[in-house]
Design a binder for this molecule. Sequence first.
Ligand SMILES: Nc1ncnc2c1ncn2[C@@H]1O[C@H](COP(=O)(O)OP(=O)(O)OP(=O)(O)O)[C@@H](O)[C@H]1O
Length: 683
Amino acid sequence: MRALNTRLVLIDVHNLSTFTNKESSNYVSTFSASFRRTMSPRHRLASSRSSSPMIRSPEMRKPRDRMFSGNGVSIIPSNSPSTSSSGSTEALSELEMFLELLPLRMRTELMKHKEIGELVEVVMDLGRKPLARFPSGDWVISEQPVKFDDLRLAVSKVGEFSDDNRSGINNSLHRISAIRNRKLQIIGLTCRVGRAISGSAEMLRDLIEGGGSILVIGPPGVGKTTLIREIARMLADDHKKRVIIVDTSNEIGGDGDVPHSGIGRARRMQVPNVNMQHNVMIEAVENHMPETIIIDEIGTELEALAASTIAQRGVQLVGTAHGMTIDNIIKNPSLQILVGGIESVTLGDEEAKKRKVQKTILERKGPPTFTCAVEMISRTECRVHHRLDATVDAILAGKPPPFELRHMDIETNNSQSSTVVPEKTYAEEHKIHNAEVVTAKEDVDNPLKHFKQYTFTRSLGKRSSPVSVYAYKILEADLLQVAMVMGLEDEIEVTDDIGAADVILASSSEMKQNPWIRGVAKFQQLPIFVIKSNTMAQMVKAIRMILGMESFGSLSKQQLNRSADIKIEDDAPKRKPSLEEIDALEEARLAIEYIVIPGGEPVELLPRCSDIVARQLELVESYQLDVENSGTEHNPRLQILPRRSNKKTSVKYSKSSSPQPTSKSLTGSNGGTSFARLPLLPE
Ligand SMILES: Nc1ncnc2c1ncn2[C@@H]1O[C@H](COP(=O)(O)OP(=O)(O)OP(=O)(O)O)[C@@H](O)[C@H]1O
């Protein structure tokens, strides 16, 4: 890496008189040295790329030109910048433009910070100490609280604030956001340093080149805007695509009418006010023939709808949304459409049994707007969901979705793709477990008492009012959202008053940490429904149980007799099936679906041990087909017959016993050889 070799000169137009030469030179050397020291490898990389448009673009010189006439402290290169240092000089001058917002006393202190080149934000709240945010944490810039004058100075140096209370600095990527009082005066500022980071999208190169639409999600400040800015540049410059950025807060292309060179040849459409973002998105497609549309912060239903319309028109879409995981997007009613929308479906008994799921399940309504999704964990780490549809389906079924963990080595700029589908990790991370229901633990004498009382008098009986749920450490919005999707929003309400509640819904981790809740539940005579995770599948189940739509049946009674905790059996088999079992079931399924039903032919399966034959039998019964045992007592094997089973169970196998003949078919009146062809289909 080449070192920054630009000599710096300090000009302070306003404070020239109070700033001595000695101070000035210290100031300059401190800044340039600390900037060099802390400039990340990414910055260095960006600056050393001779082909980078950041280095060659004439627009990039503008901030530097401006510096000579600018107000406040300016740090400028005294000589013509050489190509080798121009990238870092650009970064330097842009950071310098940012620092101009701050009063001198703050600027001086901030410059001394060893990570100044990594500065993320400066927070100035009236009457409080100013804070600087670095990747390593927050740092108090000065003990002196922020004054009105400090805010005024900063505001005077930025453009007009738009209706989203954001503004910027001309020709830079910085974002200045205001907090106002009730009289609409600005009393706080969050000033974010914006940067064009060449190479920051390397991790996703294959997805970008693949041409699919990419949804980027992640918490605030993780680097989503920086990433999609670089994606826009890559697509426009390296892949020669027609890229249009719909730049709602001028954050991707920077403030001013000439976009920042960090977006390369991508075009940028500004948005007059935030409420018009969706209109501009559609306008972009209709008027400017884009191949790719880049959009930051899809946040409203209208924007999500516009995104979906764009995707339907065959335009590649790269967009960001706030949220940590895809799960958050699914649970957000405004953004749900991005993942295809969800609906609740009630299955028939047979179908539920066949799928081994509960009767009411959540399903995706249609294809997602985006092909794939990227969950940003940090600037250098992300989870890639190659097929967003599969991810959403898995999440809705309460299963761990497949994903790929990617990591970028910032020193070499190499992207490493690590373990694909670390199911356990994801499941652990998202806490995908079974649901369980408990009553107040101490009430072991008659644990069903509360439950019965609740179930039959409040829930199963005709309710004139909705069931009041006290949700303990479970997001009310999530719960109501699930209820809404199930069409049960009128049946359930969430209350903050435990005394007015009919039931308590809590997460098991919280129950462990706060056992007092059991005491309160006992006192109030309330049942506690405990879910071990906040997945939607579990909430569906909890809501059904709360409303008495799902019986606790023998399960709860048995379990209640043993202890106060009722653990609901998982919908999926708990025990991991053996390979032989999977093989045997697959053998039966293929025989049924490819031969017995379409061809009307009987099929004899391989001999298996009785436990496995019992599982095969369950599967055959779910198709309502008849079977015979064509093996021996010690070597059972099933023959699947192409005729509808009249009896519920024609052959009984217990887990540890040999097959017992129970029907005529087993005695072999038909000999298992000739049957009329029946067009049987599973119901
Ligand atoms: N790869 C990177 N290398 C160095 N700095 C980065 C990188 N990515 C982002 N940053 C810096 O991190 C800060 C936050 O980045 P950015 O604005 O892109 O985040 P964001 O996720 O879009 O935030 P928000 O959701 O609040 O808009 C900025 O100061 C930006 O310059």
